[in-house]
Ligand binder design. Structure first.
Ligand code: GDP
Length: 455
C-alpha cells in the first residue's frame, strides 16, 4: 500500500534537495508534482485540492523562507498535512459508563467485518476485557459459522441464534432468525454473563441497498451502540468513498476501520475517507491473521508514507512480544560478557523476532527501508525458520558450547534438520561473528538486550 505514492513523493523531495532558497516557481512545481502523486494514488479530488492548497500556502510562508534547509521544511509541511488529512490525533475507542460497551460493525460484504470482529475481540481480550461476538449476519450462508470459528480462534464467546431458530424472517440460504432481535437479546445476555464488551457483526451486501441500510439502522436503534465502526476495504479505491457516504447517511458511524492495507492498491481511499466522511480512522487491518491489526495512528501512517519508517509501531510491537523478565535474565547473563551468549539464546531471540510477525513487515517499518522494497521482499521467513530448525537439531551441550560442533556433529545436525552441511557451517560461522560484533557494540545487537546496553 502507498508504494507508488511514497516513491513519487520521495522523488519530489529529491528534486528540492540542495536548494538554498525556494522560488515561487519551485513551490508551484513542487505542489504540482504532489498533486499528480496524490491523483495517481487515487485520492479523492477535494482532498487533493485541499492538500495542495495548504502546501502551497505554507511553503510560501515564513517558516520555509527562514528555514536553513527549505527542502526539509517542505517535507515537514507535507508530513503535517498528511497527518491532518489522516485525522490528526489518534482516536481511541469510547467505552460506555456502565458496561457493556457496544460496538457495531457495518460495511459491505467482503469488506472484512467478520475477520475484524475477531481481531478486535482478540485485541480487547488481551487488554483484559471480556468481549462477546454477536452474529447478526443471518443472510450470508455460513456467516454465523464463520464468526464462531473466528471467535474460537480469538478465544472469545459468540452469541448466535440457535440453528433452525426461525424467529423472524428466515431466508432460504441463511440460518434464519431476526437479526434485530438477536442483537437486542445479546445485550441482555452480555449483562447476565458479565461480558463488558459486545461486538455486533452485521450483514453486508455486495452493493449498497435500502434493505441492508434499514436493517443496520434497526440494529443500531435496538442496541444503542457506543461506537458504530464502518469497515471498508482499502483496495476498492474511489468506491470506498461513495460507500462511506452512503453508510454515513443510512446508518451513521463514529469511526472507520480500513482493511486489507497489506494489499498493493494505491491507498487513495485511506487518504480520503477521513476528509470525506468527517469521521476518524480508528483501526487498520493488514492481513488475514487475527494479529494483523492495529490502532490507526495518523502520524505514524504519514511518516510511513514519507518513507520515514514507523519506529513507534516497531517499538510497541517489540514491547508487546518481548518478555521483560526474559530480557532481565538475558541482561544479567550478558553482563559477564558476550561469551555467555549461546546458540540457545540465539534461538530464543529468533523466536521472539518471529513472533512479531513476518520479517518483511518488520524491516519495512525501519526508516529508509522504503527504497529497499525489492531487497526486503527477498527476505524470507523461511530463512529464520531454517536457522531455528538447525539449532533445534543440536544437543543442549552443543547449543551451550558451539565450539564443540566439529565435522561429524555438523553432518549429524545437517541430516537432522534437512539442510546441507554448508548451511550448518554458515550458521555457526555467522553466530561467532555476530557474537564478536555484539561484544563490540556492548550488547546493542538484539532486541531484549536493551538492559544490557544500559549497564
Ligand atoms: P465480511 O463479509 O465483511 O464479514 O468479510 P470477511 O471478514 O469475511 O472478509 C472477506 C475476505 O477478506 C476474507 O477472505 C478475509 O480473510 C479477507 N480479509 C479480511 N481482512 C483482511 C485484511 O486485512 N487483509 C487481507 N489480505 N485479507 C483480509
Amino acid at each position: 500500500m502507498f508504494d507508488t505514492l511514497s516513491d513519487r513523493l520521495s522523488s519530489v523531495f529529491t528534486n528540492l534537495r540542495g536548494k538554498g532558497r525556494l522560488s515561487d516557481a519551485d513551490i508551484d512545481a513542487t505542489a504540482r508534482e504532489i498533486r499528480i502523486a496524490l491523483l495517481e494514488a487515487d485520492v479523492a479530488l477535494p482532498v487533493v485540492r485541499q492538500f495542495t492548497t495548504a502546501i502551497k500556502e505554507r511553503a510560501r510562508g515564513e517558516e520555509v523562507s527562514k528555514a536553513l534547509n527549505p527542502a526539509q521544511q517542505v517535507i515537514k509541511i507535507v508530513n503535517d498535512e498528511l497527518v491532518e488529512i489522516l485525522g490528526g490525533q489518534t482516536r481511541r475507542l469510547q467505552f460506555a459508563k456502565t458496561p457493556p460497551t457496544v460496538i457495531m460493525l457495518a460495511g459491505l460484504q467482503g469488506a472484512g467485518k467478520t475477520t475484524l470482529a475477531g481481531k478486535l475481540a482478540r485485541w480487547l481480550r488481551e487488554q483484559g476485557h471480556t468481549p462477546v461476538l454477536v452474529a447478526c449476519d443471518l443472510q450470508r450462508p455460513n456467516a454465523v459459522t464463520q464468526l464462531q470459528v473466528v471467535g474460537e480462534r480469538a478465544g472469545v464467546a459468540v452469541y448466535a441464534p440457535e440453528p433452525g431458530n426461525t424467529d423472524g424472517g428466515q431466508t432460504s440460504s441463511g440460518p434464519g432468525g431476526d437479526p434485530v432481535k438477536v442483537a437486542r437479546d445479546s445485550i441482555e445476555f452480555a449483562r447476565r454473563a458479565q461480558h463488558d464488551m459486545v461486538i455486533v457483526d452485521t450483514a453486508g451486501r455486495l452493493g449498497i441497498d435500502a434493505d441492508m441500510m434499514q436493517q443496520a439502522a434497526d440494529i443500531r436503534d435496538a442496541v444503542q451502540p457506543d461506537e458504530v465502526l464502518f469497515v471498508v476495504d482499502a483496495m476498492v479505491g474511489q468506491d470506498a468513498v461513495n460507500t462511506a457516504e452512503a453508510f454515513g447517511d443510512g446508518v451513521g458511524f463514529s469511526g472507520v476501520v480500513l482493511t486489507k492495507l497489506d494489499g498493493d492498491a494505491r491507498g487513495g481511499a485511506a487518504l480520503s475517507v477521513r476528509y470525506v466522511t468527517g469521521q476518524p480512522i480508528m483501526f487498520a487491518s493488514n492481513g488475514e491473521k487475527l494479529e494483523d491489526f492495529d490502532v490507526f495512528h495518523p502520524d505514524r501512517m504519514a511518516s510511513r508514507i514519507l518513507g520515514m519508517g514507523d519506529m513507534l509501531t516497531l517499538i510497541e510491537q517489540a514491547q508487546q512480544h518481548f518478555d521483560e523478565a526474559e530480557a532481565e535474565k538475558m541482561a544479567a547473563k550478558l553482563s559477564g560478557g558476550m561469551q555467555n551468549f549461546t546458540l540457545e539464546d540465539f534461538l530464543d531471540q529468533l523466536m521472539a523476532i518471529r513472533r512479531m510477525g513476518p520479517i518483511g513487515n518488520l524491516l519495512g517499518m525501519l526508516p529508509g527501508m522504503g527504497q529497499m522494497k525489492d531487497a526486503i521482499s527477498q527476505v524470507d521467513d523461511k530463512d529464520l525458520d531454517r536457522t531455528a530448525a538447525i539449532i533445534r537439531s543440536m544437543t543442549p551441550a552443543e547449543r551451550e558450547n558451539p565450539k564443540m560442533i566439529n565435522g561429524s556433529r555438523r553432518l549429524r545436525i545437517a541430516n537432522g534438520s534437512g539442510v546441507r552441511v554448508n548451511d550448518v557451517n554458515q550458521l555457526v560461522d555467522r553466530f561467532f561473528e555476530a557474537r564478536k560484533m555484539m561484544g563490540q557494540l556492548g550488547g546493542m545487537g538484539l532486541p531484549g538486550m536493551r538492559r544490557a546496553s544500559k549497564k
